[in-house]
Design a protein around this ligand. Structure first.
Ligand SMILES: [Zn+2]
Length: 426
């Protein structure tokens, strides 16, 4: 697959991934199309060498894997991991709030968005809804996507906010409430609006996980049209590269795994996050299903290799001084190999050595990235996951600008480099 195709795949994934649940659904569709077989988390699995499978975990995490034809006990796991969630605003239960005729929604901030970038934009709503089911244990879970701009968060005019361009506090409770209507009709206006969209009775809606998303989607910008401005490049770039990498990968001496976790943006410590035992449990189920023992499972882990894929910070054109003096990366440089001796990134010399060797041999462009010594950068699920799964781990990703803005920016060609390195490992 070339640069254009990888770019088109990424843009499609961004448009489809309007919530973590939609992201997982779209990845499942891609696996199904390629002949991967769906599994249930709680079933007893009867896996066969030479086949690919995927298993969904609580709707927002997805693990895909492929067992080589000539599988042998103790073969290592090769894992590419990324995250399905991104910073957004989530709609609280009982969200209806009014001022005069205005109908507003009460929301909670999820993760660390740059608040100001969510203002004055056409926004839509997506996620999942629990609807009264056959019995109390089995509510019907339905995905919903309004697919049209239904809310917006208006800024305060500069005339009431003269210092706005010098930086003004944006309060999460007061300033981020999206406006749904300027002539509200009933007390439960949102619940009724949602029920109408789903074509169900509002009394049958139990609860929901709904988030706002940015309606003005992908745009190629720049003189050559080779920079992609789009929502949640963090971390749809890596999710799509993991999915494509597993589909394209041809490694026959490992069990290849794509692990797409929810909840990285809020610290990963959830039942389906990277800071949980969910991946290790699924890997153990794989080995047991293939007739392995606890020991062969541990051997497959201990000899394994993980690529933790998440975005990196490209050098900012207006603030180059914020970046390290000898380990900068610019958009278009290729894959960032992220290092931090304090282990906010999991990378060490041996694991980097493995990845650099592959990049050199296969002619995949890459740059090592470190933060300035006097700055603490972000962390990734790589260091979290590798403290649970004992294996060589490397943090990699595409370099972007404006991380956690409602729109981020990358060089489209870096997607191909990221996908290629993941496909080489898987
Ligand atoms: Zn991320």
């Amino acid at each position: 697959m070339d640069i254009k195709e990888q770019g088109a795949l990424l843009m499609r994934a961004i448009d489809k991934s309007v919530s973590t649940f939609h992201c997982v659904k779209y990845c499942e569709e891609q696996f199904l199309e390629e002949g991967f077989l769906p599994l249930n988390l709680t079933d007893s699995w009867k896996l066969e060498p030479g086949k690919g499978y995927f298993v969904e975990v609580f709707g927002s995490t997805l693990i895909g894997f492929r067992i080589p034809k000539d599988y042998k006990p103790s073969m290592p796991f090769h894992i590419a991991a990324s995250h399905t969630d991104w910073p957004t605003l989530k709609i609280k239960p009982n969200p209806e709030s009014t001022v005069g005729e205005y109908a507003k929604l009460n929301v909670e901030v999820y993760g660390g968005p740059i608040y100001s970038t969510w203002l004055d934009r056409p926004l839509s709503i997506a996620g999942r809804v629990a609807i009264k089911g056959e019995d109390y244990k089995n509510p019907e879970i339905r995905l919903v996507d309004f697919k049209r701009p239904v809310v917006t968060i208006p800024n305060l005019a500069i005339h009431f906010n003269r210092e706005v361009n010098k930086g003004v506090e944006i309060n999460a409770q007061k300033d981020l409430m999206p406006l749904l209507s300027n002539h509200f009709k009933s007390e439960k206006f949102f619940l009724e609006f949602l029920a109408n969209e789903l074509e169900v009775n509002s009394e049958d809606i139990l609860t929901y996980d709904l988030n706002l998303y940015n309606m003005d989607s992908c745009a190629l910008v720049g003189m050559e049209g080779d920079m992609l401005s789009a929502p949640h490049l963090d971390n749809t770039t890596s999710v799509q590269a993991c999915v494509s990498g597993l589909i394209m990968g041809e490694n026959t001496d490992c069990i290849s795994v794509a692990a797409l976790f929810d909840n990285e943006e809020i610290g990963s410590k959830t039942k389906q996050g990277a800071d949980s035992v969910v991946l290790s449990q699924i890997l153990e189920k794989i080995i047991l299903s293939l007739g392995g023992t606890r020991e062969t499972y541990l051997n497959s882990i201990l000899g394994g290799l993980m690529l933790s894929a998440d975005v990196a910070h490209a050098t900012h054109p207006n603030h180059p001084e914020i970046f390290d003096i000898t380990n900068k990366i610019y958009m278009g440089d290729g894959v960032a190999i992220k290092m931090h001796y304090g282990q906010r990134y999991a990378t060490d010399a041996k694991s980097v050595g493995i990845i650099e060797s592959i990049c050199k041999e296969k002619d995949i462009p890459y740059v090592t990235f470190l933060n300035r010594s006097d700055l603490r950068g972000g962390s990734t699920l790589g260091s979290i996951s590798s403290s649970i799964l004992t294996m060589n781990t490397v943090d990699i990703g595409v370099a972007i600008l404006a991380m956690h803005s409602a729109r981020e920016l990358m060089a489209i060609k870096d997607q191909e480099a990221l996908t290629r390195i993941i496909a080489e490992i898987l």
